[in-house]
Design a binder for this molecule. Structure first.
Ligand code: ADP
Length: 489
């Protein structure tokens, strides 16, 4: 990773990204809110804080833009999305710097996210052309049956701060490709990335009102307006399970279509027969990417007894060597957590585990550099009844749990209310098949720790949510199937 050159001036200056984007206009809010760099505390921008009335007006804008956008051919929509994709890539360095500044992740990861985010626009630009209906063999000689697939209407997106661009493009790419228009509400921690994306959408020729970005600190009120509006037909949300459940309830009265990407509690299973180099590397990436702040981060690392000592020694050594700091600095691989509250939550889970008998192998407390930094941590001696097994850690803390048999670890892995991702390290083919079928999760990665990609469906089972994003399935969330029955004369 190279240090950003001092001469490199972002073309999307975050200081200039201070207004919301509605109906193709940059609008002020009733007040403003501050966006700070979580690594340094530096004030980055004061951004428009929209009122619930303004959120409602943005839905009107999306509704007004709908007829013309949905009437475009898939090829026309695709061309605009491709232009937007190219602009993301052309501005990748500026976007990555903005992301590191407001979100905290190391620059190398931010660059990776920009590429990943852009890939959704390209993927859905292509999938737009393949939103096929079907002709159904008839059941009666005088009738003909077929289906067509049509855009659902106005969609809203509510997105989190941990992947501030990718979580947005995988929703808006699919929505716009399908012919829907969208109002997106980014997290108040990371509005600048979303506004930068809106600038590029404007430049790419996305028509006014087709994509709107509403910035606000009044998340609950904004959510209510969006859920209650009969004009909104789809809600796509990525965030916590608690908020997802609340939105699910709020959408009942208007019967919206829902895509909910909620929390996970990913088990990572390492068997005696695993390639240990791969397992150590995989556990490192899965656990520590984005300082542990992803919904598919390994939350519970189960290691079989025959390989436990060697794995633990090698893993702990690597964790101890992780460089913590400002993500904009060269060589840093662990940035700050998003907020002081996040640090307190991670520390609460560690303190609870220690009080109940866990042991620290490395780390175990907030970082001595202060601020929002937490020490990369490995804990062992994790047992039933510890909060860390039941909650999403969302920080750089790895709990290790020794196990004996496949049946035992499968039961433990599934003994949670959520099921987003699961990881297995083994070289045994039959075991691979048993576990990919037996694990209760929407995603299973075998001998791999980075499964998320635009071409494959991402989503969970149980309380991890509804629907899939990315892949062929991602488009389905924004399309209704209409059945047409024609009686012959
Ligand atoms: P996290 O704990 O990761 O911040 P949240 O679920 O709180 O996850 O936040 C994800 C997104 O949901 C953010 O955009 C946030 O502003 C928004 N949000 C939070 N609470 C509500 C709510 N009651 N209604 C609608 N959106 C909400």
């Amino acid at each position: 990773m190279s240090v950003p050159k001092a001469s490199l001036q972002p073309t999307l200056r975050y200081q200039d990204l201070d207004r919301a984007y509605v109906a193709g206009q940059w609008i002020a809010g009733t007040t403003t809110f501050k966006v700070n760099n979580p690594a340094t505390g530096e004030l980055l921008a004061e951004v428009a804080d929209l009122s619930p009335e303004q959120i409602d007006q943005s839905i009107d804008a999306a509704a007004e833009a709908l007829p013309a956008w949905s009437a475009k051919t898939a090829h026309e929509r695709s061309a605009i999305l491709k232009k937007w994709h190219a602009l993301l890539l052309a501005n990748a360095e500026s976007l990555a710097q903005t992301m590191t500044a407001e979100q905290g992740k190391p620059l190398a990861e931010a660059r990776g996210e920009v590429g990943y985010a852009a890939s959704f626009l390209e993927w859905f630009a292509e999938e737009a052309k393949r939103a096929y209906g079907e002709v159904i063999p008839t059941a009666f000689a005088g009738k003909r049956y077929s289906t067509i697939r049509q855009p659902c209407g106005v969609a809203v997106a509510i997105t989190p701060w941990n992947f501030p661009i990718a979580m947005l493009t995988r929703k808006v790419g699919a929505a716009l490709a399908a012919g829907c228009t969208m109002v997106a509400k980014p997290a108040a921690e990371t509005p600048l990335c979303a506004l930068a994306i809106a600038k590029l959408a404007h430049e790419a020729g996305v028509p006014p009102g087709v994509f709107n970005v509403v910035t606000t600190t009044r998340a609950a009120e904004a959510g209510e307006v969006m859920c209650r509006s009969p004009k909104v037909r789809v809600l796509s949300f990525t965030g916590s399970t608690a908020v997802g459940k609340r939105l699910y309830r709020q959408c009942a009265d208007t019967m919206k279509k829902l895509a909910l990407e909620l929390g996970g509690n990913a088990p990572l299973l390492i068997f005696d027969d695993a390639d240990i180099d791969r397992a150590v590397e995989g556990a490192m990436i899965s656990k520590f990417r984005n300082a542990g702040q992803t919904c598919i981060c390994a939350n519970r690392i189960y290691v079989q007894s025959g390989i436990y000592a060697e794995f633990t020694a090698r893993f702990t050594q690597k964790v101890a060597a992780l460089k913590v700091g400002n993500g904009a600095e060269d060589g840093v691989v662990i940035g700050p957590l998003i907020s002081a509250k996040a640090v307190q939550k991670v520390d609460r889970l560690v303190r609870d585990a220690l009080a109940k008998g866990a042991k620290v192998l490395v780390g175990g407390a907030a970082h001595t550099r202060g601020g929002h930094f937490y020490q990369p941590t490995v804990l062992e001696g994790i047992g039933a009844g510890m909060d860390i097994l039941g909650e999403e850690i969302f920080g750089p803390v790895a709990p290790l749990i020794r196990f004996e048999t496949e049946a035992e670890v499968l039961a433990k892995a599934n003994d949670v209310s959520v099921g987003l991702a699961a990881y297995v390290f083994t070289r045994d083919l039959s075991r691979t098949i048993r576990l990919t079928e037996g694990l209760q999760s929407g995603i299973v990665a075998v001998n791999d720790s980075v499964p998320a990609v635009a071409v494959a469906p991402f989503g969970g089972v149980k309380e991890s949510g509804l629907g899939r994003e990315g892949g062929r399935q991602g488009l389905d969330e924004f399309l209704d199937t209409k059945y047409v029955c024609i009686g012959l004369a």
